[in-house]
Design a protein around this ligand. Sequence first.
Ligand SMILES: NC(=O)c1ccc[n+]([C@@H]2O[C@H](COP(=O)([O-])OP(=O)(O)OC[C@H]3O[C@@H](n4cnc5c(N)ncnc54)[C@H](O)[C@@H]3O)[C@@H](O)[C@H]2O)c1
Length: 254
Amino acid sequence: MNRLEGKVVLVAGAGGIGGALARRYAAEGAAVLLGDVDAAGAAAIAGEINAGGGRAVGVHLDGGDEISIAAAFAECRDRFGGLDGLHANFATFVDGNDGIGILELPLEVYDETIRVNQRGFVLATKAAIPLLRERGGGVILYTSSIGAYRTGPSRVAYAMAKAAGHALMRHVADRHGREGIRANTVAPGTILHPGNAAAVSEAMKARMQVLVPLKSRIGRPEDIAGLSALLMSDEGSYINGQVICVDGGVTMRP
Ligand SMILES: NC(=O)c1ccc[n+]([C@@H]2O[C@H](COP(=O)([O-])OP(=O)(O)OC[C@H]3O[C@@H](n4cnc5c(N)ncnc54)[C@H](O)[C@@H]3O)[C@@H](O)[C@H]2O)c1
């Protein structure tokens, strides 16, 4: 499908899911600027897209840094003439998954998680809206996590940052929906990809699968990209202000 023909999409945060987002947006016809602190990783994905006949560029983008974000958005405008969609997808996982609770959580780890995962989405939003306005509207998508709803005994800073992003998204959807800028959040369940699968033992995978009602399979990056492409395109033109969990039915929120 070519639902994004003629559109320009900036994907902030490459990696497993961001790579799938960039590939899918490009496959749907968009020109894609993919930014990441791992500039080489972003450039490699962009290279693959270009080799396959798509249009992409990979650049350095530090989501925690206002100047770096401004530079990436400026490059997007210079290269592709403007912006129709932002997908804010990057995340730091510095608060780990090793049983650390609020009492043990070092404040530097909390601060870094909030700086990148929460404040970073604010910076990206502030950079995107003026460019989207220039085109008469557009789309902002945020990647959250079902951890924002199912906050467990560890990774509290990560969950807090994601939950705050839902409030940011609803603010944008309300205030800027009026000028044709839609905002929605995609909240993945567990998604395995080459970047994280090695850290998950077969026993852990089996325990994760049991939690998923849908055919007991763990999620893939393409599951996130499929919904995101719909939301980014005009097929999602009446969807605004929503958090949609893509988790095989783990959360089943009413
Ligand atoms: N994989 C999962 O199970 C899962 C589940 C729920 C939510 N998510 C969310 O999906 C998104 C993508 O996760 P992923 O699984 O692809 O992880 P990933 O580690 O493969 O990708 C994250 C990317 O963010 C980049 N990044 C980190 N700090 C950055 C910064 N300051 N500026 C710019 N880029 C930065 C990393 O370099 C990496 O490329 C994240 O927002 C994550 O919270 C993932």
